[in-house]
Design a binder for this molecule. Structure first.
Ligand SMILES: NC(=O)c1ccc[n+]([C@@H]2O[C@H](COP(=O)([O-])OP(=O)(O)OC[C@H]3O[C@@H](n4cnc5c(N)ncnc54)[C@H](OP(=O)(O)O)[C@@H]3O)[C@@H](O)[C@H]2O)c1
Length: 262
């Protein structure tokens, strides 16, 4: 499918009300900046109120909103959404991007960290999706994009629980797409490969096909105006991991051991 021209893209985004969770850093911040440059209004959610204030002040355009909340805290999320409804009356697009990563392997499971990964990446994203979907159903239209990861395609070393939360998000988003397609709500899944952000800064291994956050955001923005369900990139990395899912387990496990040295 031909990609929309930048001009078409700008018309599409002019005045759109976009909520981004995790919008103060990395991919979320690059997305907020890219969309604000195209004329969208942004509502940013993260835990740090100071970081949100700085991010909102740094965005081009006007009418942006600061919605501080820990997405794992349902009461805080309710307060943020009440402020969004009061300020904007509704929402055109929710990008559920907030997430956290803690490297973990099977011989050293850190239970508090594991439970926190599930609370933020999975339960927090489900809570944020429910809040956005309520607004979309009331309006009879909307657009939801869930940021999972290629780590959800297949079990990988050092992604013991992180990968499990992302696999669950992929499944959740597929089911949402099926349930909401007939209700005027567009649902998309975003699966990035490695992106250089504070989340991956601490990785002690070579990250193949590493992208900048700006490059990742440009690919996501292009995908959001397409009809594709899944926005995954870079293809030279994601297609290889998709292939792993089709291989017999012994072959896939051997290839993963060999590729990672783990
Ligand atoms: N970087 C990669 O290689 C990569 C690859 C695939 C998928 N992803 C996914 O992409 C998303 C963004 O990752 P990133 O690399 O851009 O990470 P990042 O730079 O660490 O940014 C994470 C953002 O989420 C916010 N956040 C974290 N925990 C939160 C919570 N409990 N409630 C609300 N906000 C929270 C952070 O702000 P506060 O700390 O102030 O809350 C920050 O704005 C994540 O879902 C990640 O899993 C990343």
């Amino acid at each position: 499918m031909p990609q929309p021209t930048p001009q078409h893209n700008d018309r599409h985004w002019q005045g759109r009300r976009v909520w981004i969770t995790g919008g103060t850093s990395g991919i979320g911040w690059a997305l907020a900046d890219a969309l604000a440059r195209r004329g969208a209004r942004l509502a940013l959610t993260a835990r740090s109120a100071d970081a949100i204030a700085a991010a909102v002040a740094g965005l081009p355009g006007s009418g942006h909103l600061a919605l501080p909340a820990d997405i794992a805290d349902p009461a805080a999320l309710d307060r943020a959404l009440a402020l969004l409804r009061e300020s904007w009356g509704g929402l055109d697009l929710a990008i559920l991007n907030a997430g956290t990563y803690v490297p973990m392997r099977g011989d050293a499971i850190d239970l508090p960290a594991a439970h926190r990964l599930v609370d933020v990446n999975l339960k927090g994203t489900i809570s944020a999706a429910a809040a956005a979907i309520a607004l979309f159903l009331a309006a009879g239209r909307g657009h939801l994009a869930v940021v999972a990861s290629v780590a959800g395609y297949v079990g990988l070393p050092k992604a013991l629980v992180y990968g499990a939360t992302k696999a669950a998000l992929i499944n959740f988003t597929e089911a949402l797409h099926i349930d909401l397609a007939g209700r005027g709500i567009k649902v998309q899944l975003v699966c990035p490969g490695f992106v250089a952000t504070p989340l991956t800064d601490g990785n002690d291994f070579r990250m193949p096909a590493l992208l900048t956050a700006e490059d990742a955001a440009a690919r996501i923005v292009a995908g959001l105006t397409s009809r594709r369900f899944e926005i995954h990139f870079p293809k030279r990395f994601t297609l290889g991991l998709k292939l792993m899912r089709l291989l017999p387990y012994p072959v896939a496990f051997r290839l993963i051991h060999r590729a990672t040295g783990l």
